[in-house]
Design a protein around this ligand. Structure first.
Ligand SMILES: [Mn+2]
Length: 249
């Protein structure tokens, strides 16, 4: 039997000590070691203001990811809306293979489209405007030159959570995907399967695209006690809830 492929997203690891970070490190030294490859589909980090700060604040994660890669497991990273500024420096230090969004590949014999998922949330006009603006090269070049405190402030404002404000730990409301955009992606990439995160609405949707069956898997976000990843192996697609004590259920 070939080694499984693991997928996960929306861990939202904070830059302060957290059970989420402990669980992720345990995941990297635990179940991830048995995998052929691990795909992280965005929002691994709560926010990212630059690789220099990220490497400092997430040094244990970078080292553990690098060690996993060195053990022979390829780790792929697709940026989410929170950590789209993760760059080549961090990728090199953590041994990550960066993926574009969306990304089409063959997963266990099934042509599959991987995405963070925010691309499909087009009802949220204000967010899509912000997305276009923030992914612009010029915007990013200017942002990178701002002092650290400004970059942190902008990152906080972008999540609707001014640093230090009472709303800090309240997640923003995320609108769900738009059906027409999902269908367009299935058709454009000619895949029967789409896997994404972002919406924090874990589910398995089945639909018909041009008379063919298609499925859309939505990954779960991580919360204390709920550390879910997906396994794709010869048994198909399974969700596993990883316990930080090291017992996979
Ligand atoms: Mn997201």
């Amino acid at each position: 039997m070939t080694a499984p492929i693991l997928l996960l997203s929306d861990l939202h690891l904070p830059n302060t000590p957290s059970p989420l970070r402990t669980a992720f490190l345990a995941f990297l030294t635990g179940p991830a070691r048995q995998a052929a490859a691990v795909y992280i589909l965005g929002d691994l980090f709560e926010y990212w203001i630059g690789d220099a700060e990220g490497l400092r604040e997430y040094a244990p994660e970078a080292a553990a990811l690098k060690a996993l890669g060195s053990s022979g497991v390829t780790v792929y990273f697709m940026a989410g809306n929170r950590d789209f500024l993760v760059g080549k420096k961090f990728a090199a230090a953590a041994g990550l293979q960066l993926l574009p969004d969306p990304y089409r590949l063959d997963l266990g014999g099934i042509p599959t489209l991987l995405s963070h998922g925010d691309l499909f949330c087009t009802e949220d006009r204000a967010y899509q405007r912000w997305r276009r603006f923030s992914r612009n090269r010029m915007t990013q070049a200017i942002y990178r030159r701002l002092p650290e405190s400004w970059r942190r402030y902008v990152a906080g404002a972008a999540r609707g959570q001014p640093e230090g404000a009472a709303r800090r730990n309240k997640p923003e409301a995320i609108l769900d995907v738009v059906d027409a955009d999902v269908r367009a992606a299935f058709a454009a990439y000619a895949v029967p399967r789409l896997i994404h995160g972002h919406t924090h609405r874990p589910a398995h949707h089945t639909l018909q695209i041009n008379g063919h069956n298609a499925e859309r898997w939505v990954l779960a976000d991580w919360r204390p006690g709920n550390y879910e990843y997906v396994v794709i192996d010869s048994n198909g697609f399974q969700r596993r809830n990883f316990s930080a004590t090291g017992n996979a259920e």
